[in-house]
Design a protein around this ligand. Structure first.
Ligand SMILES: *Cc1c(COP(=O)(O)O)cnc(C)c1O
Length: 711
């Protein structure tokens, strides 16, 4: 007998595969659009709300049966597929997977355990590993309150709201031990033994394990340890990292994984190396030095930031308090153990740095763009004082984005028609994208305009909600939101974390000049901003406030808008709909940046400082560069130069090109640049290429396999 439709839908809801398959999301939405919104786009909550026979009846009435069957078979075949790329390329990893450790994972907005680029990258990495069939298991933390929701008060100041994640609505299964009971792993803390529960999420073919300290046997304060991402002080932070590192490895073992390679996505998880050193010494009887060497042989590390404050450091007291037990137990000196986290092992006053631990306990380390590689080698030369800067063993693998998580459905349709059927399986091949050249200008432009209109509608809706919350009794508020933005204006997007080095307000340096640019009746321009500041970063919050105040200035009202509560969903709307993506960090502080890669896939053009990925991607005809990449020693001078370069670029190139229209109202030169952007960059700056690079340069060597391209 055929499986009932409701069971098929439940099967689809149980794997996060749906998060990058719009056709599955479409089935849920079409079954009951209002309910779909009410349950906040959670398939599990949705299915709980409708009785099974009602689902069957509606599916037949709405002609959804074949779409459900199609989606169901697509997932079953996906999970059963034998002939994945990795089957023929992953060698020994097919027997012993990669363990991928990260403090954040950004898979979908309904699972808010990410804050920014690091987490989104980790989510994209899991998805591409899944698509390629690379055996990989993610390890992270389940933050019950997640990252905060951003709400701006009447003064435009950011306030943070923490809710509780509706665990029942998420496809998380508690891991069970061999006895069939809920699995709990132990972690040593100064306050005693902490128990951590382990949750499993299936992300296509990959598994994600999430640790959670909210367990009945723990003290109330221990239960709160994993409540919030980046919400606590240094003591909470180090305990979260102990749970991630020590607990993470124990969770892998308890779930039956025996990884052949360990990947530390940023230093937060570097304590896993100490747990492996402990295992080697206590279980296999190795000496400390041999245990460090053996651990490093199987570990690879990715560093993500050239910003000093971005590197986790703990002062000596805190480290002794939390890891004193370990040197006692292993009969090694304090200096031996804590030296792994210091430039000078013997300097007891030097803080313990997680990046240094990761560098010393891994076989290879990489930065996330070519330029960031240079910066990182300079930054960490002090660990290899006898070497020249260029000999410092830190390479680079440039980040990429998971194409199907970011591409709009309009673009997917256009690509499928012109770029060829096997395009989706050949994303990393340059020639797979050549067909983009053949797309008619009008067709590509119309697909882009459709997505842009969707963005304008989305932003107006969000503005209306924001106004209603802030000024519930102001009768003019809804009309103001509805009048904001116009469809014909050149639309520039800026959405990212409001870290000060990203200079969110650079464009406001000369408000009069900006007012002239935005206010031009023949060639209107508008700006959509979004982004959160770290809860403890008042500098970042002032930048948000500055943008909001400007958006209320009569000269800018309706032309500059700030969409609150940036997350993966807001990000998706923005990268799919903007004409231009603005990125103006202080070079060289943006390690990579990935949002611009999402934009280029969708036909938006990047307008960026030559920093991070853009320094290696820009070729003169696939977007716009702000400035020349020269860096002035004085920040103030640099900022003035960058702002002038930005205004000039807008006035002399970007705006004239955008409004130079054919008789059909198509900006022909602009569309040519959109095509250039896609054909020159999409094959390279995607996460499939990134994961393949990691496999060949890092995972295979670490697992003891052979590689044609050692780092
Ligand atoms: C892509 C993305 C990021 C990272 O992009 P950057 O260019 O590094 O700022 C951060 N947050 C969200 C929600 C994203 O989607």
């Amino acid at each position: 007998m055929a499986t009932p439709l409701a069971d098929k839908l439940r099967y689809l809801a149980g794997n996060l595969f749906w998060t990058w398959h719009p056709e599955i999301i479409g089935v849920f939405r079409d079954l009951d659009p209002d309910l779909w919104k009410q349950v906040n786009f959670s398939p599990l909550a949705f299915l709980r709300a409708i009785p099974a026979d009602e689902i069957d009846r509606r599916s037949l009435n709405l002609n959804l049966e074949s779409r459900i069957n199609f989606a169901y078979h697509r997932l079953t075949e996906y999970l059963a597929a034998e002939h994945t790329w990795a089957r023929f390329h992953a060698g020994p990893l097919n027997y012993r997977p990669v363990a991928y450790f990260s403090a954040e994972f950004g898979i979908h907005e309904s699972l808010p355990i990410y804050s920014g680029g690091l987490g989104v990258l980790a989510g994209d990495h899991l998805k591409s590993a899944s698509d390629l069939g690379v055996p990989l298991v993610g390890v992270g933390l389940l933050y019950h309150q997640g990252y905060f929701r951003q709400i701006l008060n009447a003064d435009g100041w950011q306030t943070e709201e923490y809710g509780f994640m509706p665990i029942d609505d998420l496809p998380l299964q508690p891991a069970l031990g061999p006895d069939g009971k809920l699995l709990e792993v132990a972690v040593e803390l100064p306050t005693g033994r902490l128990g951590a529960r382990v949750w499993r999420a299936e992300v296509g073919r990959t598994t994600l394990l999430l640790l959670d300290s909210d367990v009945p046997g723990n003290s109330p304060s221990d239960r709160e340890l994993t409540a919030r991402l980046y919400g606590g002080d240094r003591r909470i932070r180090i305990r979260q990292e102990l749970i991630l590192g020590f607990g993470g490895l124990r969770a892998l073992r308890a779930c039956g994984f025996d990884p052949g390679a360990y990947h530390l996505n940023e230093g937060h998880s570097a304590f896993v190396t100490l747990e492996r050193i402990r295992e080697r010494m206590e279980v296999d009887g190795m000496s400390f030095d041999d245990a460090v060497r053996d651990t490093a042989l199987h570990t690879v590390f990715t560093t993500h930031t050239p910003v000093e404050a971005g590197h986790d450091r703990f002062n000596p007291d805190l480290i002794e308090e939390h890891l004193g037990w370990l040197h006692d137990r292993l009969h090694i000196s304090r200096e031996q153990l804590f030296g792994l986290g210091r430039v000078n092992p013997g300097d007891g006053a030097e803080p313990f740095c997680m990046t240094i631990l990761a560098l010393k306990a891994s076989r290879s380390a990489n930065a996330v763009s070519a330029l960031h590689g240079h910066v990182s080698r300079r930054m960490w030369n002090k660990l290899w004082p006898a070497r020249e800067e260029r000999e410092v063993p830190i390479g680079h693998i440039t980040n990429g984005v998971h194409v199907h998580s970011w591409l709009s459905s309009s673009m997917i349709k256009v690509f499928e028609r012109h770029v060829g059927e096997r395009w989706a399986q050949r994303l990393c091949h340059r020639d797979a994208w050549e067909g983009v050249e053949k797309i008619g200008d009008l067709e590509l432009w119309e697909a882009h305009l459709y997505e842009k209109h969707k963005l304008v509608e989305f932003a107006r809706k969000r503005l209306a909600d924001q106004e209603a919350r802030r000024a519930p009794h102001d009768p003019s508020a809804p009309a103001r939101a509805a009048r904001a933005l116009t469809r014909g204006a050149l639309t520039i997007g800026f959405a990212r974390r409001y870290a000060t080095y990203k200079r969110a307000t650079l464009l406001f340096r000369d408000p009069d000049r900006l007012a002239k640019i935005l206010g031009n009746k023949q060639r209107p321009v508008q700006l959509i901003y979004a982004g959160k500041a770290h809860p403890q970063d008042d500098g970042g919050k002032r930048l948000i406030q500055h943008v909001v105040q400007l958006s209320r200035d009569p000269r800018f009202a309706g032309r500059v808008v700030f969409v609150e509560d940036y997350d993966l969903g807001v990000g998706r709307h923005m990268v799919q709909g903007v004409d231009v993506w603005l990125n103006n960090p202080v070079r060289p502080l943006e390690a990579c940046g990935t949002s611009g890669q999402k934009v280029l896939l969708n036909g938006g053009l990047n307008m960026s400082i030559l920093d991070g990925w853009w320094a290696e991607a820009y070729d003169g005809g696939n977007g716009f560069a702000i400035g020349t990449g020269d860096v002035h020693a004085r920040a103030e001078v640099q900022e003035e130069r960058d702002a002038l370069a930005l205004y000039d670029l807008l006035e002399k190139q970007v705006i004239p090109m955008y409004f130079d229209r054919s008789p059909e109202d198509v900006p022909v030169r602009w569309v040519a640049r959109m095509k250039n952007a896609i054909t020159s960059m999409a094959w390279k700056f995607n996460a499939d290429r990134m994961v393949m690079d990691y496999l060949e340069k890092c995972y295979l060597p670490a697992s003891g396999g052979i590689s044609a391209r050692m780092p």
